[in-house]
Write a protein that binds this ligand. Structure first.
Ligand SMILES: Nc1ncnc2c1ncn2[C@@H]1O[C@H](COP(=O)(O)OP(=O)(O)OP(=O)(O)O)[C@@H](O)[C@H]1O
Length: 591
């Protein structure tokens, strides 16, 4: 019932078309059911008494019924397709908008391929169910009830044949639906698997080629493809079982009616015309049952898709702005504080990713974050822009808990250049304007200068150049620099670089850092693998296995911290001789 209510809601402005479609089918069905009555009169009165005017009159009425049905059928097709296509479009839009509001934590629940299937195949299944099921859904029950009423009014004894056959058919239909319903679920999951393999293959096509994995990839696809094919064969094979069942029922009913009816004609309790009319109702009852059973199967499949789409629509975004009246609408400064912060990605996870983290970063300062792979560096900075919420403790920006800010205001104030840099379809200008939709060309070029994009901008066609789908037409380092320029255009109070210069050569990285240092009042948080990227920061935080291991300036850590000394020694040289300038020079020499 909930699902039905949901579908009616998402019909939106197309409700009118749906109602008109139902009305038209109802009228069309009533007309069709009237035809056997006319036929019985032609046989019993017209032919029996050679009454030509009556035959012509009834024939003309039958013709009028047929023409009206044709016209109604035309209008029905128009309204039904507009309602079903409209429903599909509204559902797709609602799903897409909901996914845009999802937090990272919500997205972690779904595989991307599953989200794609739920927005495409599932919607198509719902749309098709409506387009093809609409007519039989109205006609089937109407024809069944009215045919039974007519049949009983024509001859009650003969109509008892239906009383014997209908319960058997109902049970058969119930069993088929019960068996096929879980198969549809599995079918859609197999579709998710196919989409996942295709998506993974296409996004990682360079790695596939570099590792010469094409044959293995074909095998992987072959296995999910045959899983889908086998699933579909089993599902549709089971669903199609209703055809022979219904055909057997139609022939049994027809034979029974002819046998009993024949005896009644011999006993003069039934006329030939009545039997002919009655036979039409037998066919109509069976047709209507067939329609109902097909609709049942269609709806069973659609219901699976409705539930899958419903899961997306019902999921509440894990992170949302506080109620508008209470939300802070300005970030006063770029200070950041962590107060005993603990974090894990899933409530049920056994171990925390971050544990008991506390520190303060003054507004306008530059802080480096170092730590081994998996130490929790990315997780930590994602809490600042509220990409995830802390499991316990508080994260403060500008002196306020991040949860008190309007989400858009907070994220506008925190520019994050993520580890996985992404560019979008469009020109360099289009991509940079993600940072500031109103930026002038001068502002774009200034951001390009700060991020050292100007060094290669002309080579990729200037601001009008196309970096290719997902940035495929630029190098890894160029992509990183474009993403930095994009973040700078936001003019944020806090700039976070999550290992976002890893593919940039060290000389250029040093130049970018120097350019960033010239922007006044912006807090810079730099996660880096290379010690040279952070050693001239005001403070360096060393994370180890989710704990804050040490913090201090380069000189202090080099003096006191074993982990820092180890990283330094492994990357630059002997810890006891180093100064920031030495190491930077050393780094550049390596580059
Ligand atoms: N979306 C996620 N869901 C569950 N666990 C995650 C998720 N992202 C990261 N983790 C886990 O959290 C831990 C910390 O990961 P994080 O990415 O913060 O480390 P990191 O220090 O940034 O590592 P690296 O230097 O390799 O980028 C790791 O054990 C990682 O497996």
């Amino acid at each position: 019932m909930n699902n039905l209510r949901r579908m009616i809601h998402y019909l939106g402005i197309y409700k009118f078309d749906a109602v008109l479609g139902i009305l038209i089918v109802a009228i069309e069905t009533s007309i069709e059911l009237f035809i056997p009555v006319l036929m019985a009169r032609i046989i019993d009165e017209g032919i029996a008494h050679a009454d030509i005017p009556l035959i012509l009159h009834q024939g003309a009425l039958m013709l009028a019924c047929a023409v009206t049905s044709l016209a109604l059928g035309f209008f029905y097709a128009r309204f039904a397709s507009s309602a079903s296509v409209g429903l599909g479009a509204n559902l797709r839009q609602a799903e897409y908008e909901k996914i845009q509001r999802y937090a990272f934590g919500n997205l972690d629940h779904y595989q991307t391929s599953s989200l794609v299937t739920r927005m495409t195949t599932d919607i198509t299944v719902i749309q098709n169910a409506m387009a093809n099921g609409f007519r039989p859904c109205v006609r089937g029950p109407m024809m069944l009830i009215m045919s039974l009423v007519y049949a009983f009014s024509l001859n009650r004894d003969l109509a008892m044949v239906f009383v014997c056959i209908l319960p058997v058919l109902a049970v058969a239909l119930g069993v088929i639906t019960w068996r096929v319903s879980p198969l549809y679920q599995r079918l859609q999951t197999s579709m998710d698997h196919v989409n996942r393999v295709v998506q993974e293959n296409l996004t990682a096509v360079r790695a596939v080629k570099a590792y010469v994995r094409e044959p293995q990839q074909c095998d992987v696809f072959g296995s999910v493809n045959s899983e889908l094919a086998q699933g579909a064969t089993k599902t549709f094979g089971t669903a199609q079982f209703n055809l022979p069942v219904f055909q057997a029922a139609i022939y049994t009913a027809a034979t029974l009616v002819l046998w009993v009816g024949g005896q009644m004609i011999c006993a003069n309790t039934l006329t030939v015309g009545e039997l002919t009319g009655f036979m039409s109702y037998v066919l109509q009852v069976m047709n209507s049952l067939m329609m109902i059973s097909n609709v049942f199967l269609l709806l069973t499949r659609a219901l699976t898709s409705v539930e899958r789409v419903g899961e997306i629509l019902d999921e509440e975004p894990l992170i949302a702005s506080p109620a508008t009246a209470r939300a802070l609408t300005a970030v006063p400064d770029g200070s950041v504080s962590f107060r005993d912060v603990t974090f894990k990605y899933r409530a049920e996870a056994e171990e925390d990713v971050l544990e008991g983290i506390s520190f303060d970063i003054a507004s306008g300062s530059t802080v480096g974050i170092l730590g081994s792979t998996g130490a929790g560096k990315s997780s930590l900075v994602q809490l600042i822009a509220r990409l995830y919420d802390a499991t316990a403790g508080e994260v403060l920006v500008g002196g306020h808990d991040v949860r008190e800010y309007d989400l858009a205001v907070l994220r506008d104030a925190v520019g994050v250049v993520l580890q996985k840099n992404v560019l979008f379809t469009g020109t360099v200008r289009d991509n940079l304007r993600w940072g500031n939709a109103k930026a002038t060309d001068e502002e774009l070029l200034e951001a390009c200068r700060l991020a050292c994009v100007d060094e290669f901008l002309d080579r990729i066609g200037g601001l009008d150049g196309d970096p290719g789908q997902g940035g495929a037409g630029v190098s890894g380092g160029q992509k990183q620099r474009l993403c930095i320029a994009r973040a700078l255009l936001k003019r944020p109070r806090i700039l976070i670089f999550d290992d976002s210069t890893s593919a940039v050569d060290m000389a250029t990285e040093a130049k970018i850092r120097a350019n960033l240092a010239s922007i006044p009042g912006v807090t810079c948080i730099i996660i880096a693998q290379r010690i040279t990227s952070v050693m001239d920061a005001d403070e360096i935080i060393v994370l180890d296995d989710g704990h804050l291991h040490a913090r201090g300036t380069h000189a202090e850590l080099l003096e006191t911290d074993a982990i820092y000394q180890e990283i330094y020694a492994s990357q630059v040289g002997h810890a006891d001789k180093a100064t920031p300038d030495d190491s930077l020079r050393g780094g550049e020499a390596h580059a």
